[in-house]
Design a protein around this ligand. Structure first.
Ligand code: C2O
Ligand code: CU
Length: 482
């Protein structure tokens, strides 16, 4: 099933200056891809599923000959994959065994602001935090990572990140055996100083670090032995600053079946796909017996008006087909209901501009609420990248629908629910979002650029969801018009 690809040209053909793009040579694919373990959990008599996460320091072999200091959840680098089914009550006991205050944010999750794990829920060294909520959203690949005020780049970069897979009851014929034909692919670029993970230099320059080594699930130079005819890759760009243009070295087509908020309306055939930091996509790749193919990224940038070209590619992951492959289900023609906010009555239209280290509200201020949204209202947000740099836009708590992208209808890969979206320099996107379930005038959620350096610099704002008639600071929430 191949859908028309809307303004795909606009989606990929950007020209903008970017701090130097690294040239990366050939990678020896000599290590098996690590698969993060599924997190253990217990279910109590009330049906609450409880996970334990411990934020800790350790040492990791990241392929530089000697171990390097890193951070991780329940280990020395990255974290286990949490998994829960729609409708379940979950609780996560988070223990901070670091010597710095941090937080854990559930990126993409619809949940009360007090459970969100943003900068308003700090966990002091030695302390515990136990958020709990009911999972209530379609099946999706979400993730978790720290979100401490001004320190997110460093905490994520050192290794604090993991996936959170939400399942639902719908039976969809996609590869689904975790670690066999359904594979987490957490992609991060890293820089090293000798054998040591360099968490100083680039972290604090312009957009943030652009490393010359790509790790997948923490593995440098990884290969994956594929034993089935089709493999589903849950790709998460967990990098601080890098935008990837994912494609295979033989230019094979693959099917994009899901993005941030879950399954697309239908599979979209693609040969390349842009993912900016924080974005996810699930792709299904056909593999032949004995196949070898390399997932690559060629930067989508034009640098100083010159296409950086193939020499700047990053080799990411080699897929190796076994000599005989077990059969996989045929791709379904349709996957999930399409987002349905386009015809809603719009309760508020907002202009958000991202530029420098500010939004149009100013620099992030934990004491300032920038937007008050009325519960059970659909809003239109026009988000503009106003300063010619690379930015994206991420909002907590909800998934939005893309109405317009860079002046045109969204390309098919942006036809599903999203929580993070890349915005080309001097371009705008028009989003629709609905604020439901969790009114709490006291607890702000965040929206921000997910290039972590920009976020830390203050390119972030706060919104609260309030009931009609409520007063939030100086803002009186209007009663519904209809
Ligand atoms: Cu993944 Cu506010 O972040
Ligand atoms: Cu930015």
């Amino acid at each position: 099933v191949v859908l028309a690809v809307g303004s795909f040209a606009a989606y990929v053909a950007w020209s903008f200056a970017q701090a130097s793009v690294d040239t990366i040579g050939e990678v020896d694919f000599d290590r098996p891809l690590a698969i993060p373990p599924l997190a253990a959990s217990t279910v109590d008599a009330q049906g609450v599923r409880t996970f334990d996460l411990s934020m800790q320091a350790g040492e990791s072999d990241l392929g530089r000959g000697a171990p390097t200091p890193t951070w991780g959840f329940n280990g020395s680098f990255l974290g286990p994959t949490l998994r829960a089914t729609r409708g379940e009550q979950v609780r996560v006991n988070v223990a901070n065994r670091l010597d710095e205050t941090s937080t854990v944010h559930w990126h993409g999750m619809h949940l009360p602001a007090a459970m969100d794990g943003g900068p308003h829920q700090p966990i002091a060294p030695g302390a515990r935090w136990s958020p709990h909520w009911q999972v209530d959203q379609p099946a999706a690949t979400l993730w978790y990572h720290p979100h401490p005020h001004g320190e997110t780049a460093k905490h994520v970069y050192r290794g604090l990140a993991g996936m959170f897979i939400v399942d639902d009851e719908r039976e969809i014929a996609l590869p689904k055996v975790y670690g066999v034909d359904d594979i987490p692919v957490l992609v991060q670029d890293k820089a090293f100083d000798g054998s040591k993970l360099d968490d100083t230099h680039g972290l604090f320059q312009s957009a943030g670090i652009l490393g010359d080594t790509v790790l997948v699930n923490g593995t440098p130079g990884p290969f994956l032995d594929v034993t089935t005819e089709r493999v589903r890759l849950r790709v998460l760009n967990g990098s601080n600053a890098r935008v990837y243009r994912f494609h295979f070295d033989d230019n094979r087509a693959y099917a994009v079946v899901a993005t941030d908020g879950g399954l697309l309306p239908a599979p979209v055939e693609a040969r390349e796909l842009l993912l900016s930091p924080g974005e996810r996509a699930e792709i299904v790749v056909d593999v032949r017996p004995g196949d070898r193919t390399v997932l690559r990224s060629t930067p989508p940038f034009i640098e100083s008006n010159r296409f950086t070209g193939d020499k700047d590619r990053l080799d990411i992951l080699e897929l190796r087909g076994a000599s005989t492959l077990r059969p996989s289900p045929a791709l379904p023609a349709t996957l999930a209901p399409a987002p349905d906010l386009a015809d809603d009555t719009v309760g508020a239209t907002r202009q958000i501009s991202l530029g420098g280290s500010n939004t149009n509200f100013g620099k992030m201020d934990l004491e300032r609420v920038d937007v008050v949204s009325r519960l059970d209202t659909t809003e239109a947000w026009d988000v503009t990248n106003s300063d010619g740099q690379v930015h994206n836009f991420h909002i907590h708590d909800l998934q939005f629908q893309v109405i317009r992208y860079a002046g045109g209808p969204p390309p098919a890969v942006l036809a599903g629910w999203k929580d993070t979206i890349l915005i080309a320099p001097n371009e705008s996107v028009e989003l629709r979002m609905r604020f439901t379930d969790f009114a709490d005038a006291e607890s702000p959620y965040m929206f921000h650029c997910h290039l972590l350096r920009h976020e830390d610099q203050g390119l972030m704002g706060q919104f609260v969801v309030a009931r009609p008639g409520e007063q939030v600071g100086t803002i009186q929430v209007p009663d519904p018009v209809d």
